[in-house]
Design a protein. Structure first.
Length: 57
């Protein structure tokens, strides 16, 4: 999430701890499913007035 070259680090995405835990439980240890879920969430996230993307936006 923080890698600006190969990840979403340059997009200022907000991912609360509660959301991280929910994803971890949902994917049951499957890293591919976790990455797919994160990518889908990042693509669907709304941008707030400050330019941050996430569930609170």
């Amino acid at each position: 999430m923080e890698d600006k070259t190969r990840g979403y680090g340059g997009q200022d995405i907000v991912l609360p701890d509660e959301t991280r835990r929910a994803i971890a439980e949902l994917v049951n240890g499957d890293a591919r499913r976790a990455l797919n879920t994160l990518e889908m969430m990042a693509d669907m996230a709304e941008v707030d007035d400050s330019g941050k993307r996430g569930p609170e936006a």
